[in-house]
Design a protein around this ligand. Structure first.
Ligand SMILES: Cc1ncc(C[n+]2csc(CCOP(=O)(O)OP(=O)(O)O)c2C)c(N)n1
Ligand SMILES: [Mg+2]
Length: 587
């Protein structure tokens, strides 16, 4: 049989793409460039993988992050060489901290070019070194059976790590020598060799199965049980995480058995489910600001599921307590900035609850401890309903309660950092409406927020509401380009207080000579004109009634929509302060 003429870069990239597809990769976010031509052509020719194109790599990285978040699926990002690769760093950091499987494929010049001062050439060797779970430079393509098998094996190892072994982003660097085009042949290969490019199954001699085993010390688990049996005063904290559904039921069941209150973070989903809300406390941030309350009510044991909590007052409370504190999350990670953890269990939270429920034979604790928390929660709720949910337009905190009332069931909310996620944590009530909440709380950047929300809307195919401040909106204005074409409506609620409102609560705000210029950074941007530049629909909200009607209209449209509320951060802080002080007085 006649040998086949191929371009070795494209053949090499095709082997990569086939292996990715064989390992279940279905999405790739690609940015234009020349050096990545072979990668781009190989992805473009693969029907199993859906492609998204973003001009701006920073936006592409965050869009990929949003896609990956929804179902924790692997998402590929492809870039050219040079600074394009560095643009991905913020999204990679966030993926690292949130353990999301981004598979980064950067094109590079061949070895030696860096030393020669070649164009668009930087040192890409393990560029993301401190925030990556695996790195491999793939070397210059060589079309031998062994080399291709090795390439496929390495890809498989990387994807396995990103999904199962040590979840998070992984990086493959691809140096290529010209030519890059399909008809620019470099090699002739034997037809029998074609099967190494085949899609079907991934190379069979190497297979790591996803593990369902959770490693934990049996002795520690025994200690935990004995602590639970010993102590009446316990608290369950449910930190931010997109938990599997059965966890909600299990944790409520566990809390019911122990008579422990559950402090449910706004970003934990727990406040938004039709399941039982028994023992669930949403208003703890406010009542833990009361020294009278927190000095008197200190637990002996804490079970903390998921990530670090959003609430600063809860963090302060935790830092002040000497007790047995057990963390439980899928990876055994430490999410405890107060740094007084007894042990961290590597356990799926729902499985952990099940195990505990099975093993606990103890008689029920008394109700008194739980009642103290439930009582404080309901007093706070009454005050919240008066001060926040009836606050005058355009108080920032009320935007949260309005959105939760208006948002259709089964939608998503993406929370930007700074005040939106905090206000949400302070004020989002318990409701039976099922809403899925997302955040970029891994590194809490105010960058990439619009692109992340766009990725969430695209992958979930569900109406997605983004709550963002003006600075975060400005940071990711490039994201509006990809946000324009999502397959489900993306409604951006732009809370415009003309600068970084959060800085007003910092002690530096008193230093008038530096505060406005270096911290608040008012910009007077015209967001109407900016949104129009991306052909988006923009509405300036005039009052709460107008917000209601505009929101309802927005849920029926399909394109990019921005509802801008011009707020006053000082007035908004005064309302929060009034609320907290009323809670303090009432407890
Ligand atoms: C990438 C990045 N740069 C800087 C910061 C520091 N930072 C925290 S909050 C904030 C201001 C955010 O302003 P905005 O989005 O308008 O929200 P607001 O504070 O007004 O609620 C900044 C710059 C950050 N978190 N991330
Ligand atoms: Mg702002």
């Amino acid at each position: 049989m006649k040998n086949i003429s191929v371009n070795k870069n494209i053949a090499w990239s095709t082997a990569l793409v086939k292996e990715l597809a064989a390992n279940g990769v279905r999405f790739a976010c690609i940015s234009p460039g020349s050096r990545n031509t072979p990668l781009t052509i190989a992805f473009a020719s693969n029907k199993k993988i859906k492609k998204y194109v973003s001009i701006d790599e920073r936006s592409s990285g965050f869009f990929a992050l949003g896609l990956a978040k929804v179902k924790k699926e692997p998402v590929v990002i492809v870039t050219t060489s040079g600074t394009a690769t560095a643009e991905l760093y913020p999204a990679i950091i966030e993926a690292y901290k949130q353990r999301l499987p981004l598979v980064v494929c950067t094109a590079d010049r061949p070895p030696g070019f860096l030393e020669r001062g070649a164009n668009q050439t930087i040192n890409q060797q393990n560029l993301y070194e401190n925030h990556i779970r695996f790195f491999k430079d793939m070397g210059i393509p060589k079309l031998t059976v062994n080399k291709i098998k090795n390439l496929r094996k390495t890809v498989k190892v990387g994807v396995d790590i990103s999904l199962y072994q040590n979840p998070g982003p992984v990086h493959f660097n691809f140096p290529f020598d010209k030519p890059f085009e399909p008809d620019n042949f470099t090699d002739k290969i034997d037809p029998s060799f074609k099967n190494v490019f085949q899609n079907k199954n991934s190379v069979s001699y190497f297979s790591i199965k996803p593990t369902k085993d959770f490693t934990y010390s049996k002795k520690l688990f025994k200690n935990l049980i004995s602590d639970i049996n010993k102590f009446e005063k316990g608290i369950i904290i449910v930190g931010p995480e997109n938990y599997k559904d059965d966890f909600h039921k299990k944790v409520v069941q566990l809390a019911g058995k122990l008579n422990y209150p559950i402090l449910a973070d706004g970003a934990s989903q727990l406040r938004f489910t039709a399941n039982s809300k028994k023992n669930l406390i949403a208003n703890y941030d406010a009542f833990l600001r009361s020294p009278k309350f927190y000095r008197k009510h200190k637990p002996d044991i804490i079970l903390h599921f998921g990530k670090t909590v959003t609430s600063k007052s809860l963090e302060d409370y935790l830092a002040d307590i000497k007790c047995q504190k057990y963390l439980i999350n899928e990876y055994g990670d430490i999410f405890d900035s107060s740094n007084n953890t007894t042990a961290s269990f590597k356990f799926l939270p729902s499985v952990f609850c099940n195990e505990l429920i099975k093993k606990l034979v103890k008689k029920q604790n008394k109700h008194d401890w739980l009642d103290l928390f439930l009582n404080a929660d309901s007093i706070t709720n009454v005050i919240k309903n008066k001060i926040i949910t009836e606050a005058a337009f355009p108080t920032e905190s009320r935007i949260i309660t309005e959105v939760i009332n208006l948002i259709p069931e089964h939608s998503n909310i993406m929370l930007s950092n700074s005040m939106p996620i905090r206000d949400f944590d302070y004020f989002a009530p318990n409701t039976n409406k099922k809403i899925t909440v997302f955040n970029n709380r891994g590194a809490s950047g105010v960058d990439g927020i619009i692109s992340t929300a766009a990725g969430i809307a695209e992958r979930s195919k569900k109406t997605t509401v983004l709550l963002t401040g003006d600075i975060a909106f400005y940071y990711d204005i490039n994201g509006l380009l990809i946000a324009k074409n999502t397959s489900a409506p993306l409604i951006i609620i732009l809370i415009n207080n003309n600068g970084g409102g959060i800085f007003r609560v910092l002690p530096i705000s008193k230093y008038k000579n530096v505060f406005a210029k270096y911290f608040l950074a008012s910009h007077n941007l015209n967001f109407f004109a900016l949104t129009k530049g991306f052909s988006g629909k923009h509405t300036i909200i005039k009052n709460w009634e107008h917000f209601k009607s505009s929101f309802k209209t927005a849920t029926k449209r399909h394109n990019l929509q921005v509802l801008e509320i011009k707020t006053d951060s000082i007035q908004s802080f005064n309302v929060r302060k009034q609320f907290w002080s009323k809670v303090r007085q009432s407890l």
